[in-house]
Design a protein around this ligand. Structure first.
Ligand SMILES: [Zn+2]
Length: 165
C-alpha cells in the first residue's frame, strides 16, 4: 500500500497535525457532517467530525469485509465448499488479530493489515474445510504465495490463463 499522502505531523504525544487538500464536494460533506453533529460537537471543530466519520467508515468496511455482525450464529449453512461461514470468519479474524499470519522461513511474521484474505491451510481442492482450524488470515501477496507453494507456480499460471479465457 502507498504511504499516507496527506501531511501528518506529530505535534505532541498523541497529537497530530493533518494537512490535506479536499475538493468542493468533500468540503460540503464536511460542513454538512459538522452541522448534523451539532450538539455532540458544540465548538464546531473539524477533528471530532473526522473521527466520527472514520469510526463509521471503518465499522462499515469491516462489516463488508469480514461479515462482522452483532447477531452471531445466524448464518445459513454453506452451499459451496469454498464458502466460509460468517462465524468462522469472525473467529479467524479475532484469533489472527486482523493481520497477515504468514511466517517466513526465517521466522518473521508478515503482520500486514491491508488486503487481507481468508486462506485455507488444507486447500478446498484437496478436501480442506471452512473451519476455524483450517482457515487463517493472510495478505493477498501471501495468499498467492501459499497457493503457488501448494499447487506449483505452473499450475497457478494455467489457472490464471483459464480464468482469462
Ligand atoms: Zn503477508
Amino acid at each position: 500500500m502507498e504511504p499516507l499522502r496527506p501531511r501528518v505531523t506529530p505535534l505532541a504525544p498523541e497529537r497530530f497535525g493533518l494537512q490535506v487538500t479536499i475538493d468542493q464536494e468533500t468540503h460540503e460533506l464536511l460542513q454538512r457532517a459538522r452541522d448534523l453533529l451539532g450538539h455532540q460537537n458544540p465548538t464546531g471543530e473539524i477533528a471530532p467530525v473526522i473521527k466520527r466519520a472514520l469510526e463509521l467508515l471503518v465499522a462499515r468496511l469491516e462489516k463488508e469485509k469480514f461479515a462482522t455482525t452483532k447477531h452471531p450464529g445466524t448464518s445459513r449453512p454453506s452451499a459451496s465448499a469454498r464458502h466460509i461461514p460468517a462465524a468462522v470468519k469472525r473467529a479467524v479474524r479475532e484469533r489472527d488479530g486482523d493481520r497477515c499470519t504468514f511466517v517466513s522461513d526465517s521466522g518473521m511474521r508478515c503482520g500486514a493489515r491491508n488486503r487481507l484474505e481468508f486462506h485455507h491451510l488444507e486447500p478446498v481442492a484437496r478436501g480442506g474445510q471452512a473451519t476455524t482450524e483450517n482457515v487463517r488470515l493472510v495478505c493477498r501477496a501471501h495468499n498467492q504465495h501459499e497457493a503457488e507453494r501448494a499447487f506449483g507456480a505452473g499450475f497457478m499460471e494455467r489457472k490464471r490463463e483459464e480464468a482469462r479465457m
